[in-house]
Design a protein around this ligand. Structure first.
Ligand SMILES: Cc1ncc(COP(=O)(O)O)c(C=O)c1O
Length: 371
């Protein structure tokens, strides 16, 4: 290799690439396992709607054309579905892209962005890349501390992220508290309410935020087709916001940011609400099973309103992960997520959930339980 003379932007010295880890295929080969159940990424283990799959086969003849850069058809359908205006919507290459574009458009170097200390890591990374300063507020029992987040606002604050339900803890903020918070944040500061797991949140305490868009022009709500709709591989998400904010995002996006198959799939996914409801129901069943079994075993966990669960294992998450992998189960160690003695597991089919509990009991027997 020749010595590289070019240098990237100085700010990138403070950024590390997202740790993607080994592929399931490589792990399977390395461990000599016949198969692996992947519960480490938060995906919809039930896949996507059969109607979507069927529809996509008919889309293949159109692959030679560029996608609609304004995603007009999907925007119209979504506007109807959500009861918002089309110009309040922005469609992104995953909600991940919208997070990046919001910062690109609204954060100046030196500005501050307030967020939970343990939350979706892309907020912090993108704020840093744009030359901003992430202001991290510790969670209380896995939940956003909205009072402290309010108190962290300075004259430099430009954005606040609230991840509801929060990744990686799965917790939500109480309705009343969030309502109060939205009302208190000054109008010139963007509130980015990340609702990637919105559809899974069944609690009465979960705020139905869309109606607040009418009253608060600084509110941005992010959702995605990656989770309950099972389209993570196609990369498509959306944001609801004031038309001015959407118009600014349009200035900084790639022209054809959302591919054609993703747009077509999202339209059909929206039409098949039966599939979505079934997934939520199955997730609820799985959640109840895990909660009851873990309680019997004495394993503390955060009460989740999403399709994953953070479980305190009382021993290093890395070790528990390694042991589970020997049984063909891939889960995420809490070590990389701010909880070294925990694991994060995707709620799965009943069969997989039972298997997970069985393996956890097995490990407990050998290593001695929760301390
Ligand atoms: C809280 C949260 N926001 C956003 C995203 C990004 O989702 P998308 O696939 O839409 O980019 C994720 C993905 O895991 C997430 O957990």
């Amino acid at each position: 290799m020749m010595a590289v003379k070019v240098k990237s932007r100085e700010i990138l010295q403070m950024v590390t690439a997202y740790p993607l880890g080994k592929s399931v295929y490589d792990l399977q080969k390395e461990m000599g396992l016949p198969s692996i159940i992947n519960l480490s990424e938060i995906e919809n283990v039930f896949g996507c709607s059969a109607q979507v799959k069927n529809h996509l086969t008919h889309q293949l003849d159109h692959l030679f054309t560029y996608p609609d850069g304004s995603a007009r058809l999907l925007t119209t359908k979504l506007a109807e579905f959500l009861n918002v205006k089309s110009d309040q919507l922005f469609i992104g290459n995953g909600s991940d892209e919208i997070i990046r574009l919001l910062l690109r458009a609204f954060l100046n170097a030196g500005d501050e962005a307030v967020m939970a200390e343990i939350t979706f890591p892309r907020y912090k990374t993108n704020v840093t890349i744009e030359g901003g300063r992430p202001v991290l507020v510790p969670l209380i029992d896995g939940t956003h501390d909205l009072d402290r987040m309010l108190a962290s606002i300075t004259e430099k604050t430009k954005l606040i992220f609230v991840c509801n339900p929060n990744n990686p803890t799965g917790t939500i903020v109480e309705k009343k508290k969030l309502e109060h918070f939205i009302a208190k944040v000054p109008e010139h500061i963007l509130i980015v309410l990340d609702e990637a797991y919105y559809e899974y949140a069944t609690s009465e305490e979960y705020l139905q935020s869309v109606t607040y868009l009418k009253k608060y022009s600084n509110l941005v709500i992010l959702r995605t087709f990656s989770k309950v709709y099972g389209l993570a591989g196609l990369r498509i998400g959306y944001g609801m916001m004031d038309p001015y904010i959407a118009s600014e995002l349009n200035k900084v996006k790639e022209v054809f940011n959302v591919n054609q198959l993703a747009q077509a799939a999202a339209i059909v996914a929206l039409e098949d609400q039966k599939f979505r409801l079934e997934c939520v129901e199955r997730n609820e069943e799985g959640k109840h099973l895990l909660e009851s079994e873990l309680t019997k075993m004495g394993y503390p966990f955060f009460h989740t309103q999403a399709n994953f669960m953070m479980i305190h294992t009382g021993q290093p998450g890395d070790i528990v992960c390694r042991e589970l992998l020997k049984h063909g189960l891939l889960v995420k160690s809490g070590a990389a997520l701010g909880y070294p003695n925990a694991i994060r597991v995707t709620i799965s089919s009943m069969q997989d959930n039972h298997y997970f509990i069985k393996c956890l009991k097995n490990i407990e027997k050998r290593n001695g339980g929760v301390s």
